[in-house]
Every structure is written in C-alpha cells, then in structure tokens.
Design a protein around this ligand. Structure first.
Ligand code: ADP
Ligand code: MG
Ligand code: MG
Length: 252
C-alpha cells in the first residue's frame, strides 16, 4: 500500500517561512482531511509536495513508498504517483484538454507502451460521462474560459485518468454548487482503494459529508496543531477555530 510520510517539512516563499515543521503519515486506503484558516499554508503544503518552483523546501523529508520525493523533479513526482488537484488550476492556451491528458498519461508509462488514441478516447469519454461533463471539453484549450466548477471537474477528470497513488485535493469544493459537489465527490469515492491515499484540503465541513475522512487534522501557522476523527470537522463547523487557539495557546 502507498505509504506517504512527511516529516518536519519547512518551506518558504520569497524568503518568508510558511510551512513550519509539518508532519503527516498516510497509508493507502486512508483519507486525511486538512482544515485550517485562510493563509495558514495549506496550498503552500500542496505545492511544495508537488515541487512547485516558487516554494523552497528548507528542512524536512517527504517519502512515498520509501522513495525520497524531495529529490524528484515535478515530472518524476507525477510518475511516482503523486497528484494534485489545484485550488486555482492554470489555463494553458493552445493545448487542448485531450492532448494535455494524453501526454500526462503517456509521461507516466514506459516508452513503447503509450496508450493508443482509440483507447484513450474511449476512457476519456467514459470518465467525462461519469463526471457529467460536456464532451466538447475534450477539445477546449486546457481550463481556458472554464468556469470555477468546470475547472474542478476537469481536475477530477485528470485524477480519474491518471490513477495516482497519493491524491491531494486543494479546496476541490470551492466554487462548486451542491450538484457539482456530489458529482466530484462520487468521482473521488469511486477511486478510493487500499493502494491509494487521499489528502483532502478544505475550508468547509460540507465536503466531508460526501468524502468521508478517516482522520481530520487542523492546520495553523504552517503545521498540524490537532488531529482527530470526523467529529473534529463538525466542531470546527459549529464553533470555528477560536477554541483551538485557546486550547493550544496559539496567538494570532
Ligand atoms: P491557505 O491555502 O492555507 O489559504 P496559502 O498556502 O495559500 O494558505 O498561503 C500561506 C501564506 O503564504 C499566506 O500568508 C500567503 O499570503 C503567502 N503566499 C502564498 N503564495 C504566495 C506568493 N506567491 N507570494 C507571496 N506570498 C505568498
Ligand atoms: Mg486560501
Ligand atoms: Mg489555499
């Protein structure tokens, strides 16, 4: 099963330290939710794990099945099975969605075993149907002019086709109406398996009614300050974050 271990991770952006000793251990089959106030470093964590060049990791280790992730290039991380559905997916003019997806799939395969065009199209059509996406999105430029909800569905489409080992969802629920949320969550739940772990970053407990987490972690000021089960998310929804700060003596 995919074991993913983050230890003492520190990361800076433009010289400012955002991640301040982040620890997390995940196993295949598990869903971990990370909740935390705005600006606490949740997206920084996601981007640092994927190797985004803007973020500099200054301390700590990250391993996937024992392999050193921080040593890997962005492409190598994807090939190793890491996947991030971004909070703000990028638009890429001139690259169609299907071209992008096919090359992403092929980049993860051995040379000579690329997916055939027919097979790829069949798979893509099937998954788009599951996500209730209009087939025209296949031929649109990647994310260009997509609405917020369409971008999120498209991130999930990528996840379904790439079959990663560790899935990081960064506020996949933001900008989704309740029907879209249900469709997206169904896509995620269909992918749950013993050899795949999920890190679900969200502001709102609502998403966790649809994607049920095994563990909930509260992140503040660049690290996890409290961990528990789904009841923790419910408490946050009801009472906000103040009580956590008081309980742990955290100052703003
Ligand atoms: P969250 O996802 O928890 O809302 P972020 O990781 O997006 O938090 O941001 C954490 C902190 O890092 C914030 O103070 C934010 O302003 C800062 N930050 C994020 N991205 C950048 C950037 N590109 N340049 C400068 N500061 C940034
Ligand atoms: Mg934010
Ligand atoms: Mg964020």
């Amino acid at each position: 099963a995919a074991e993913f271990v983050i230890e003492g991770l520190k990361a800076t952006i433009e010289g400012k330290e955002i991640l301040k000793g982040f620890n997390l251990q995940m196993k295949g089959g598990e869903v971990h939710a990370i909740m935390g106030p705005n600006g606490t470093g949740k997206s920084t964590l996601a981007s640092s794990l994927m190797g985004h060049p803007k973020y500099e990791v200054t301390e700590g280790t990250v391993t996937l099945e024992g392999e050193d992730v921080l040593e890997m290039s962005v492409d190598e991380r994807a090939r190793a099975g890491l996947f991030l559905a971004m909070q703000y997916p990028s638009e890429i003019a001139g690259v169609t969605n299907s071209d992008f997806l096919r090359s992403a799939i092929n980049a993860r395969r051995e040379e000579g075993s690329e997916i055939s065009l027919i097979k790829f199209i069949r798979q893509m059509e099937g998954k788009m149907k599951d996500l209730e996406m209009n087939p025209e999105f296949m031929h649109r430029y990647l994310n260009e002019g997509f609405s917020g909800g369409e971008k999120k569905r498209n991130e999930i489409l990528q996840m379904l086709l790439l079959e990663p080992k560790i899935v990081i969802l960064d506020e996949i629920d933001s900008g989704l109406d309740i029907d879209a949320l249900r469709v997206v969550a169904q896509g995620v739940n269909a992918m749950r398996s013993e050899d795949r772990g999920f890190l679900v970053i969200t502001h709102y407990q609502r998403l966790l009614n649809y994607i049920k987490p095994d563990f909930v972690h509260i992140m503040m000021q660049g690290r996890i300050v409290k961990s528990g089960g789904p009841e923790l998310a419910e408490r946050l929804e009801a009472d906000g974050y103040e009580w956590v700060k008081e309980e742990l003596g955290i100052e703003d």
